[in-house]
Design a binder for this molecule. Sequence first.
Ligand code: HEM
Length: 134
Amino acid sequence: MTNKLERAYLLLGLAYGALGMGLGIVMAASHNHGQAVTHAHLLLVGFLLSVIYALIHRLWLPSPSVWMSRVQFGAHHLGVILMVIGLFLLYGGYVPGERIEPVLSSSSILVLTALVLMMVLLLKKPRSTVPDTV
Ligand code: HEM
């Protein structure tokens, strides 16, 4: 189970990375940096945080609570996708701030919930009796 989650986290993280860098290249080539905030969130919350969660699963969560890791995974990715779409629409001037605000606020709550759930998963993990190798 955790291997599947790790792999899904890595693949989705790398996909967000490719999209974020692609958006960076489009901004640089067009001399229009209007989507810099979308680019930054796609790369930092999407790419880097997803890869960090994959590493946490690999290094510290060999057998996590299955239902909680699924909820954590779903909350993070739903949050990232809603956040990136919301920011893209806002900074592209496609939708006014007051209309997109509910999407952006729920996306940030989802991303925060996923972070807190990851902390809970780590706190619930029984402490290893075998000392870490240096
Ligand atoms: C193909 C690689 C990349 C390209 C072509 C690129 C391009 C850009 C461009 C054109 C800007 C706007 C600069 C400005 O208006 O001041 C920007 C801003 C930014 N980029 Fe990238 N970038 C790349 C990779 C990354 C990566 C890997 C990260 C982080 C993981 C990152 C994080 C940021 C941040 C935090 C900002 C500032 C956003 C803001 O001021 O609101 N970028 N990038």
